[in-house]
Design a protein around this ligand. Structure first.
Ligand code: TRP
Length: 340
């Protein structure tokens, strides 16, 4: 039996080059090694956008299109929608008893988000508790490997605490601990030189961008503000064009010699940008074409099939959990409540 690997994305916008190197490329590889699940975390996204559900709803199929376009294969990967799996909030309810409010308040990622969102004294309970719901996501599928970025490590730690506590309190071994797998090749900086490419900062190149938009974004990239004339020596560190070449241009020797030339002076920004534009156009063309070939119906079908499978897997875990607690009042008949 292959180990289960699970990841999730909040559907709040189209995916971009940062996602490609941060998570998507590794998912395309992992699907051949593990039994892979990818969850569209719409419920978690609603902890931020409860007042604007359309923002979440309209992005669900967009994100699925991005997955398929980069090579996630629905035959190998189960893609599913979180809100359609009733076992997840049920598991969350049982786990809530095992976690203290102060433990939740100590989660560094949640803490940073709370101060960033300026909730003050009015932190929504759903927001504070989303790491518990994330433990439900992980444990429902008995996932053992969770490819994530650093900011998600506290979630996995909490999930494992819940697993140990549950297994101890109910004298069972039905829940499995999981391990973070730091998957990405690191973070991609924004086209403006800011630390992170992100939709909200409007400094990312999307997988769905047209050739014209890609070119425009490349040519407006931040380079070295002191590199005024071609003959001036230029800085490579913090230079967005070089960061992107490092991430996406396969010819590593050529990058080294370009960097050397740039440092000495005599290499113009436009030459570099034109090279990067060619590299990215070549990389993104097949992704965009695949994306455009997918109909809404194709995407719905992929989600439906994946969600159907995920629902029954999560339901099985829920039955085990209820049995462990002792609230399986209808005995074996409980299993008949599996719908779908
Ligand atoms: N919190 C993750 C993020 O913001 C998304 C997520 C939800 C997730 N449930 C998960 C990731 C379970 C891994 C496992 O990116």
């Amino acid at each position: 039996m292959k180990k289960v690997v699970l990841t999730g994305d909040r559907p709040t916008g189209n995916l971009h080059l940062g996602h490609l190197i941060g998570s998507l490329q590794s998912r395309v590889k992992l699907q051949h090694i593990y039994d892979q699940y990818i969850m569209i975390a719409d419920v978690q996204a609603l902890t931020d956008y409860f007042g604007n559900p359309q923002k979440v709803i309209s992005n669900v199929l967009e994100v699925v299109a991005d997955y398929i376009a980069v090579g996630v294969d629905p035959q190998l990967t189960t893609i599913f929608i979180q809100s359609q799996i009733p076992a997840l909030p049920e598991l969350t309810a049982y786990y809530m008893n095992l976690v203290s409010v102060s433990r939740l308040e100590r989660n560094p990622t949640v803490k940073a988000e709370i101060s960033q969102k300026e909730f003050g004294e009015s932190v929504p309970a759903g927001f504070l508790c989303y790491p518990i719901s994330q433990a439900a996501d992980i444990t429902a599928f008995k996932a053992e490997v969770i490819p994530v970025g650093e900011d998600q490590l506290p979630m996995i730690e909490l999930s494992n605490e819940i697993v140990r506590r549950f297994n101890r309190v109910y004298n069972t071994d039905c829940l499995k601990e999981s391990q973070a797998y730091l998957s990405g090749v690191g973070r991609l900086i924004g086209t403006d030189g800011k630390a992170k490419a992100s939709k909200s900062l409007n400094n990312a190149i999307f997988l769905s961008d047209s050739p014209e938009v890609i070119k425009e974004k490349v040519y407006s990239m931040f380079t070295d503000p002191d590199h005024l004339k071609v003959s001036d020596p230029g800085k490579v560190e913090g230079n967005v064009v070089f960061s992107y070449l490092d991430a996406f241009f396969e010819e590593k020797d050529e990058i080294s010699s370009l960097k050397e030339q740039y440092r000495c002076g005599g290499l113009g920004d436009t030459v570099l940008k034109s090279l990067l534009n060619d590299v990215l156009q070549k990389k993104l063309r097949p992704i965009r074409e695949k994306r455009e070939s997918l109909s809404k119906n194709d995407l719905i079908e992929i989600c439906f099939d994946g969600t159907k499978k995920a629902k029954s897997v999560a339901q099985k875990t829920l039955v085990e959990v209820k049995k462990a607690i002792g609230i399986n009042f209808f005995g074996e008949k409980s299993d008949n409540f599996v719908i779908f």
